[in-house]
Design a protein around this ligand. Structure first.
Ligand code: GLP
Length: 241
């Protein structure tokens, strides 16, 4: 796993966006794995800038999002569907039919999860997976545990995740208690992974990811098993290293 420290959050966004833009220019049919959360917002805005000002073409790109809250309609103001549209997808020319985000209102969860994995395989697998990281080390919604699920699955959120994500909802009670998320094997199946972390709140987990052993108690530490994973952090997130 390669580690890159940048001075500012803007430098992180610019550097990773530059790599993704280059990959899309080289392979216009790139399959992107997308993450929600505040961390990749600057990166998404930079990709929008590439599209508007430098003609970066997403017309053949396919996207798969990592996760979605269970129980929220796609058009709910706090769903990851809404978040992705507002921060990226409504502002680039990726065709609607190429966009995949887990459905938080699906009736048969097991069938949906299998179908999501099949769709990723049929698209040829994920070329580039973008990740943030929870302060507890979760990626997507793969929460720390003794055992992890390999593929897309239903998950109960950790209390610390509910606390951390309450800032996006009117109150803590409004945060969904469960979600559908890609599994660690889905994520590790991506050809290249960029994990981004910004700010002082991420400094302790970045230290653990880089210096602790590989453990399911820190799901992001499993990225150290990947041959082409890069961690990009700003100075604040790197301050304990
Ligand atoms: C959320 C998401 C993750 C995200 C993480 C960090 O719960 N499910 O995909 O990476 O938490 O969020 P943030 O970037 O807002 O710190």
């Amino acid at each position: 796993m390669r580690f890159f420290k940048h001075a500012t959050p803007q430098d992180v966004s610019r550097e990773v966006a530059k790599k993704i833009a280059a990959a899309i220019r080289e392979n216009p049919r790139t399959v992107l794995g997308l993450a929600s959360g505040s961390t990749p917002v600057g990166l998404y805005h930079e990709l929008i800038r590439y599209h508007r000002e430098e003609g970066l073409d997403f017309s053949q790109v396919t996207t798969f999002n990592l996760d979605e809250y269970y129980g929220l309609e796609p058009d709910h103001p706090h769903s990851y569907h809404t978040f992705m549209k507002e921060e990226l997808l409504d502002h680039i020319n990726v065709p609607e039919k190429n966009i995949h985000i887990p459905n938080g209102k699906v009736e048969s969860i097991a069938a949906f999860c299998e179908q999501y994995e099949r769709a990723i395989a049929e698209a040829g697998g994920i070329d580039i997976q973008i990740l943030g990281v929870g302060t507890n080390g979760h990626v997507g919604f793969n929460e720390p545990a003794d055992e992890l699920q390999p593929y897309t699955h239903f998950v109960q959120l950790a209390p610390s995740t509910i606390d951390a994500n309450a800032r996006f909802f009117p109150s803590r009670d409004d945060v969904p208690r469960s979600a559908i998320t890609m599994g660690m094997s889905t994520i590790l199946g991506a050809r290249r992974i960029y994990l981004l972390a910004l700010g002082t709140t991420k400094a302790p987990i970045i230290k653990k990811i880089m210096q602790s052993g590989i453990t399911t108690r820190i799901p992001a530490s499993l990225l150290r098993l990947h041959r082409d994973a890069e961690v990009h952090v700003d100075a604040e997130a790197a301050q304990l290293l």
